[in-house]
Design a binder for this molecule. Sequence first.
Ligand SMILES: [Ca+2]
Ligand SMILES: [Ca+2]
Length: 215
Amino acid sequence: MKQTKIIGLVLFLSVIVILSGCTAPQKTQYNGSNQVKTLTEIPDNAKKLLGLDPMSNDTDGDGVDDLNDSTPTFADVPLQASTGPVGFRIQSILVENNYDEAAKQAAPDHLELVLQSTTGKDIGNLTVYYIITDAKINKTESYIKPLKGFVLKANEIRTIHFDAGQKPDHFRANPNSIYYTTKDELNFTVTINADGYEAQTIQVKKDAGGAESPD
Ligand SMILES: [Ca+2]
Ligand SMILES: [Ca+2]
């Protein structure tokens, strides 16, 4: 079944490459006088059609690169919840009607979480695991996002964002996710892990509405 899916994906990609006439990153091999080209990465325009992140070779963060992942927007091995005392809480979650406090204006819809430390120690090994479900088309995506370089300092309250990931405390989200491409109602479940501390989970619903643009 898995092999069939991979073969199907490779065939689909091959057709896209041929039709679009694009130049994919390629590895060139010589076989006598015949030049053989091998596809080594999924081209960006195909990634959009497939709902993948052009800035990542592993869109869902499960450790299997997109070309070899039969479920490239579904982390097949969910994050195992961390255990221990409570070191932080998820104070709130937003997936629509975001507001940029610094710019004093509305921000494009994105996943935004407010974290509150409840310990006197810094926590620097947080990983976010989030699931997006569209019940109408029966599609689920899930992503594993280690918060590289992020430290929740002792007793601090801090907001993190998943969008283009180009500012401090902003992390990369797949711009071709169902989050941005569907108008259906979506359900989000977010779990945050930190080694040595109890994992925290929060859920929220995004109302049906127009497709949103990532910022
Ligand atoms: Ca993957
Ligand atoms: Ca996967």
